[in-house]
Design a protein around this ligand. Sequence first.
Ligand code: PEP
Ligand code: MN
Length: 341
Amino acid sequence: MLIVMKADATDQQVEDVLDVIRVLGFKPHPMPGATRTAIGITGNQGAIDPGHFENLPGVAEAIRVSKPYKLVSRDLKHDDTIVRVGDVEVGGPEPVIIAGPCAVESLDQAMGIAEMVAVCGVKLFRGGAFKPRTSPYSFQGLGEEGLKILAEVRDRFNMKIVTEVLDTDTADLVEEYADVLQIGARNMQNFSLLKRVGQASKPVMLKRGMSATLEEFLLAAEYIMAEGNYNVILCERGVRTFADHTRNTLDLSIVPAVQNRSHLPIIVDPSHGTGKRHKVLPLARASIAVGADGIMVEVHNQPEHALSDGPQALLPDMFKQLVGEVHAIHKAILETETSLV
Ligand code: PEP
Ligand code: MN
């Protein structure tokens, strides 16, 4: 059920509707929009009688939601959601670049890479302290020591930190240090973890599972939002196909598909999407051209010595070129759009 308030509904009328929903034993999710507030309802097992709401003051209509997801849907919130991380707006007018190493390996390594990306104007630094590795014998991340290094990066370079939460056991710890909680592809359907980050006060970046459909991806975001955390950034990072020239097949067509169905911002990760550094710049270009709200890329100053994902890490010069091209492509699109109006 979705309640659409009238454009001139007062705050008190919205509050009264929220109370009615709570009294019925359900959870209200008010979503203020540019012209009106909509209220999503979760916690109900079957259909709710619209008659509970239709005659309440300030209510324009009560609509049954036929899609399996509600809170992520554009039916509930027509305007794009902007997720604010410090002074960065993900989903705002400018494309966002998140950059950093795959894993935090040492203070020197993180500081060296951070300095390089900060000089290029990056405001969001990525790096894993808890790493989901295919092999139990591979480097698993520095754990809390890695988080402390990330906190030093934040302090020294005034960047916000994006880092992965691997499990519910370490969620409290990661939440203390991170500015954005990353849910990795392998955890996209770890429902207890999704619920846990749904209760967090920090924004969540949710990566698409390696075989997830669009609907499964959106329903994973719905888990987070249903707990009350509405600051969700989606991230396409490639899916498993028969193609063996690439680590994953980057599915750029999901960007307009998501934008059609959901108000949430979506960024693209061409590093995990390709697995090879020579493919990262071409697909970063394409990601911006297709309308993504930003990209996330891995960068290393000594990729031959990287403890994870060295082959896909951009070298500093390649990264500088990428930043310039991302802004140039975005500008060219804006200029083309305005010149055609
Ligand atoms: C990552 O971004 O560090 C990562 C592990 O990516 P994914 O979950 O997409 O494999
Ligand atoms: Mn990686």
